[in-house]
Design a protein around this ligand. Structure first.
Ligand SMILES: Nc1nc2c(ncn2[C@@H]2O[C@H](COP(=O)(O)OP(=O)(O)OP(=O)(O)O)[C@@H](O)[C@H]2O)c(=O)[nH]1
Ligand SMILES: [Mg+2]
Length: 452
């Protein structure tokens, strides 16, 4: 259980550095009102102000005015951190921002660490750990889909699912523990296969959550797509067509692209990261050899590869086989390009396109979406695991449940079963942060920005 405790008062800018219309500085902790009243001159003292109110006034240093500002007042416990929080909105000038921060720090505030406001929100039970992590995801979301996933997690969908599963386990293990209490009297209160059935149902639900992770990863990080093939097949032309700009150099000379060219596009709200690669062939040119090496790596690391060949040439059987050694056929979309020219249909082809006229590209996008979201009958409100820490916890919990299940089936002593189940319960609690360590917390919050 988290115990809230009095801490020092922290401050940090909540808006990015630089010039802008406005800039916000946050202050949180027991001294917030004392500190703001020292530098703010308004109609009344803010220590007398109601919660959730706005106040116009001046920030002053001695007799000189630093800026005119609007101050938001949030009294504990109904604030972001659960403490007294003040937000100062000034003009967006880095000098003003720095000056106000200096005044607050001179008055006794401490510069906040990255994520410290959110960490306090968690420690004061305003949000659980999975929700705190979702705050960072909401800020970092780069597509509508990733934002939706993060939003659901921030709204507590994952947390309440995990709690339900955990409560189910606690209930089941209490049955076993009850029996252990009576073990000397040799009373059998509950059938082990009934316990095993309950464990299996929970295991199946965890399995479903684990299955959502491959989609969750796509939701959060996007789909990595390598465009690969022999030289001169039109890979860069496809990239340019999709981006609607002449991003990569296109020429009729084979071996034009040497380095990887990475660009992001959004299709239907999902992020796709495109990697245009050097055409794969054996070469004596040192630079091209390196480029080809990078192409192969890009294919290996991609979620999907658009494998492109030229209609006017034979299907590159050798390269196709070579790629299959490093990736699954399901990850390859075989594309026959240049169908605007006279051609015959090649073998194994998934989509026929012309990167010049755009013919077939809609179909290609369709096929990319299809492959990327395999088995994704997820809806707006689906609970999807997007965070690797959560996934690891679920895998570990699953292992203990498997052990407990086997023990039940073998009718082993209840003590073993109860111990494994307790471990599973603890690991599930780690997801929402009811059980945690400083290391876990430091790890999570170090990736936050200052002021969040
Ligand atoms: N007619 C026609 N020409 C195309 C098409 N796509 C590409 N080309 C031409 O094919 C040549 C090679 O195109 P690129 O896009 O540079 O090919 P690439 O696969 O990136 O080549 P490398 O970077 O050398 O591996 C250029 O002259 C393009 O104009 C197409 O669909 N139809
Ligand atoms: Mg190219």
């Amino acid at each position: 259980m988290n115990i809230s405790f009095h801490e020092d008062t922290i401050t940090a800018p909540a808006t990015p550095p630089g010039i802008g219309a406005l800039s916000i500085i946050r202050l949180s902790g027991p001294e917030s009102f004392r500190l703001i009243d020292k530098i703010f001159k308004g109609k009344k003292k803010l220590s007398d102000a109601d919660t959730h109110t706005l106040h116009y006034g001046l920030i002053t240093e001695g007799s000189s005015t630093i800026d005119d500002v609007v101050v938001s007042v949030f009294r504990k416990p109904n604030s972001y951190t659960g403490e007294d929080v003040i937000e100062i909105t000034s003009h967006g000038n880095p000098f003003i921002q720095r000056k106000i921060l200096e005044l607050l720090i001179a008055g006794g505030a401490r510069a906040a660490e990255p994520g410290e406001f959110t960490r306090r929100a968690y420690l004061n039970n305003r949000i659980d750990l999975a929700q705190a992590e979702a705050v960072a995801d909401v800020i970092n979301s780069s597509s509508q889909a990733s934002l939706r996933g993060a939003r659901n997690q921030l709204d507590g969908l994952l947390s309440s699912k995990v709690k339900t599963l955990r409560d189910g386990l606690v209930e089941t293990s209490s049955l076993i523990e009850l029996e252990l209490d009576f073990s000397e009297e040799d009373i059998i209160l509950i059938d082990k296969s009934e316990i095993a059935g309950k464990i299996e149902r929970i295991k199946a639900e965890i399995e479903n959550l684990l299955k959502s992770f491959s989609f969750g990863k796509i939701l959060r990080d996007g789909v990595n797509i390598a465009i690969a093939g022999k030289p001169n097949t039109g890979k860069s032309s496809l990239l340019n067509y999709l981006l609607r700009e002449s991003r990569a150099i296109v020429s009729s000379i084979p071996g034009t692209t040497r380095d990887i060219i990475r660009e992001d596009i959004i299709i239907d709200g999902f992020l796709f990261r495109l990697f245009d690669t050097a055409g794969i062939r054996s070469s004596v040119d040192e630079i091209e050899v390196e480029g080809v090496l990078r192409s192969r790596n890009a294919v290996k690391n991609a979620d999907l590869t658009v494998f492109m060949y030229d209609s006017s040439e034979e299907f590159p059987e050798d390269l196709y086989r070579e790629l299959l050694e490093v990736i699954d056929r399901k990850k390859l979309i075989i594309v026959q390009n240049k169908i605007d020219l006279p051609h015959i249909d090649g073998p194994l082809t998934d989509v026929k396109i012309s990167a010049k006229t755009g013919e077939g590209i809609e179909k290609l996008l369709h096929s990319i979406k299809d492959r990327a979201f395999v088995n994704s009958n997820y809806t707006e409100k689906s609970i999807i695991v997007t965070n690797i820490r959560h996934k690891d916890c679920l895998v570990r919990a699953q292992d203990f449940l498997e052990k407990a299940n086997i023990s039940c089936r073998q009718n082993l002593s209840g003590e073993f079963i109860a111990a494994d189940m307790r471990n599973a319960v603890e690991i599930l609690s780690e997801i929402i942060g009811e059980i945690t360590t400083n290391d876990i917390l430091n790890n999570i919050f170090k990736n936050f920005c200052i002021g969040k």
